[in-house]
Ligand binder design. Structure first.
Ligand code: HEM
Length: 417
């Protein structure tokens, strides 16, 4: 089999050998950790109990794509597409080309099966995560051409309108989604490009988003990164090592409805524009009050260090709470939201500038949760968030993310059983 490992250094050799042997087990899960091996050496297994790219230590780069299924696609065609996507994703995430023959196996009559721009690059920790949008279970006219309506998760519907939403339909929704995360942007883009190409004539790209500089840690081995407001983001995130919380708050249970989604999760995507230029004129003290944490250390304003639990009761000299009543961390905290938590896995984006010369920048927010209600509760609570003056939610989408894939199966196969 042709591989994309040509230029790996000696330190990555173990990862190469294990992956090439198709071991199907974690060869290296080193991304981002202090003192970890080169992220480029990370190879995550595609097959397993849950899809990769959720509790996987968040990689540095993202290419996220939402697709609409074409009008002519039928149930068999959809299953064939998911089968081909699964086969390609399983190979790509191991650093292989889309299929045998690869980037240089074209002929006079057909283009190569792989577009080639990742030739020679290592797997770079690539994970590919698939999701199903509400439109797969009935189209806008209510027609159920895939015969899936009876299996739609009751909660899988477009999110309610939240205060301040300024959603643009062209960058919202989608029948299918693919989240590609990697430590090399070229590898993530290569994955989405080739999976889009495979879908040609069956599903078309509706919108896609590039992201850089992960805005969350999803493992205790990772240092907390910063978002474009300059604050540490991900401190109180659900971490992979908190297995009881992950099980309770992130994975859909077999006893939840519908059973085909067991081991999966719900993915919420929000493109949140940050009005950076206004934020940059705000005094440090006010920035910290709006977030509820210090900017440098990321400690709660009630005292302590980054990982000290915030004390929302503690008052200062004026008897006012040290963490403001409208601070982001107070309104987003589980104690304000009936215990609801979520695994945040967002990325920064800067997509050029607008006609006023302001950066078109922000947070591409991604969260995984056992039920969409967890996101709805927190986002509803955030209606009072003082940060909102500097934010605009312009894109929104929700997807049911099927559980993990076993070798020989395709992603979401249980939905069609
Ligand atoms: C915490 C920033 C949007 C949910 C935080 C923290 C920061 C932050 C700096 C504190 C560090 C941490 O624990 O991660 C932002 C910014 C946003 C944004 C700049 C918009 C651009 C959202 C949205 C949600 C959300 C849309 C969900 C609806 C949370 C949660 C926490 C948090 C659950 C942890 C609260 C805790 O348990 O202490 N956010 N956030 N955030 N954020 Fe956001």
């Amino acid at each position: 089999r042709r591989q994309l490992f040509g230029f790996l250094g000696a330190g990555a050799a173990g990862a190469v050998v294990g992956a090439a042997a198709g071991a199907g087990v974690a060869v290296a899960a080193t991304s981002g950790g202090a003192g970890a091996a080169s992220p480029a050496a990370s190879v995550y297994p595609f097959f397993g109990a849950h899809q990769a790219g959720i509790v996987t230590p968040a990689q540095d780069r993202l290419h996220f794509a939402a697709f609409d299924v074409d009008d002519t696609l039928d149930r068999d065609g959809l299953m064939a597409l998911l089968t081909e996507w699964t086969d390609a994703a399983a190979r790509l995430s191991q650093g292989l080309e889309v299929a045998e023959g690869g980037a240089v196996g074209g002929s006079d009559y057909a283009p190569p099966v792989d577009t080639g721009e990742a030739l020679g690059l290592p797997a770079s920790g690539l994970t590919i995560t698939f999701g199903f949008g509400p439109g797969l279970f009935a189209d806008a006219s209510g027609a159920d051409r895939f015969g899936l309506a009876a299996r739609r998760p009751a909660m899988l519907e477009p999110l309610p309108r939240f205060q301040g939403d300024a959603l643009v339909p062209e960058i919202s929704g989608g029948d299918l989604c693919i989240q590609a995360c990697a430590d090399d942007p070229q590898v993530a883009v290569h994955a989405i490009r080739n999976l889009s190409r495979i879908a040609f004539g069956r599903a078309s790209l509706r919108w896609s988003q590039l992201g850089f500089g992960r805005t969350s840690s999803t493992s205790t081995t990772q240092a907390t990164p910063r978002n474009l407001f300059g604050f540490k983001d991900g401190t109180a995130n659900v971490k992979a090592e908190e297995t009881a919380t992950v099980d309770d708050q992130i994975w859909v249970h077999a006893s939840d409805e519908p059973a085909w989604l067991a081991g999966g999760s719900y993915l919420v995507a929000r493109r949140i524009r940050m009005i950076i230029e206004n934020w940059d004129r705000v005094q440090l003290g006010e920035q910290e009050m709006l977030v509820g944490r210090s900017k440098g250390e990321g400690a709660p304003l009630s005292g302590g260090t980054e990982f000290t639990e915030p004390d929302f009761e503690k008052t200062g000299a004026t008897d006012a709470p040290l963490i403001d009543t409208n601070a982001h961390v107070r309104l987003a905290h589980p104690t304000t939201n009936g215990g609801a938590r979520m695994l945040r896995r967002g990325y920064n984006f800067v997509d050029g500038n607008d006609s006023l010369g302001r950066l078109d920048a922000g947070l591409f927010f991604l969260s995984f949760q056992r039920s969409p209600q967890q996101f709805i509760d927190v986002q509803t609570s955030l209606a009072r968030d003082g940060l909102n003056e500097y934010l605009k939610h312009v894109g929104s989408a929700i997807f049911a993310v099927p559980g993990g894939v076993a070798e020989g199966e395709f992603v979401g196969q249980a939905l069609f059983a």
